[in-house]
Design a protein around this ligand. Sequence first.
Ligand code: GLA
Length: 391
Amino acid sequence: MKLSNKIEKKFKEIFQVDPVIIRSPGRVNLIGEHTDYNYGFVLPAAIDMAIYFAISSRSDNLCKLFASDMNESFEFAIDKIIYSEKGWPNYLMGVVDQLKKGGYRFSGFNCVFGGDIPIGAGLSSSAAVEAGLAFALNHLYNLEIDKLSLVKIAQKAENEFVGVNCGIMDQYINIFGERGKVLRIDCRSLEIEYFPFDYNNISIVLFNSNVSHSLASSEYNQRRKECSAGVEIIKSEIPQIESLRDVSIGLLEEFKNKIEPVVYQRCKYVVEEDLRLLKACDALKIHDLKTFGSLMSQTHEGLSKDYEVSCEELDYLVELTKENPKVYGSRMMGGGFGGCTISLIENDVIEEVSKHVMEKYKQKFNLDVNIYVTKISSGTNIISIKENATA
Ligand code: GLA
């Protein structure tokens, strides 16, 4: 049975009414890592792994949730939102909390959700939950929230309620993703540009390391602080500098002796990564995927050596794929310290490369690696709507 049908069936079993079905995708990021919170560029795409919501409105102020993957229920009242030790309800309560703070008027809802985005794999299952619910409630209650505001509401839910200080990339691509296209987001102006990324002979392949080191969130916040520390030093002499986006390699060099070495190293990675992304987009315009791929591999070097957010497992996965000349580029993806690597691979060698990676990885870490050949899909959308679903 299709996942969306499974979710719909469960919903009808529990709530005995017809729901609206919404699909909210995970994401990959081709290049531009740890640049979003530095007001730089990112190049993500929505993928064919998603979370499905079956949802209907209620006339009281209760929100009744069922997480199908966890087989767990949770209930809260709109006017009584309290952080839950259970974890997953916070991603949904955070959205309701933001909508309330935004002054939007709505009542409760019934919701069953679940999907196939692996959790902790760096494919933004949390943004899919947040942005998916924001989209669903906007639809259900005709709140007339524009797309960019939905993105900001979902991001704020994560920052303020869940307590993770993420940038804007994951929620942005979740709402704005388009089939067969990657999206360049300028995280300073929030302007976007779509680039077709739809090749017959090349695929985006993810290798899930199946590790998720506990360092991830503390180190993420630490990197943010290190970047701000670098900016503060430059800003103290050049007040118009607001973020690393305003800093060129030349300017950074001028300040090298005034900045702590580790902070300099972090800043250098970010400034270089923005330049790499722009070069990668130029390559994409002329369908030069070899150059694009080699820029991705350079990103990995930077993330591993300068930004230091990789780990043994991710480095090894990248190294293993590099051995094949039909792999154009590979790198760790997302926040780091686990999750997936992303590679551009010619279709006719995917099987051979996968087999090699699986064997070697198992030998070295005694762990399995899951491999996903992804397709670029659309952003969050309604896939089924019944006449009386919102009644
Ligand atoms: C996580 C965050 C994003 C972004 C990436 C790193 O996925 O949620 O905002 O910062 O890490 O590029």
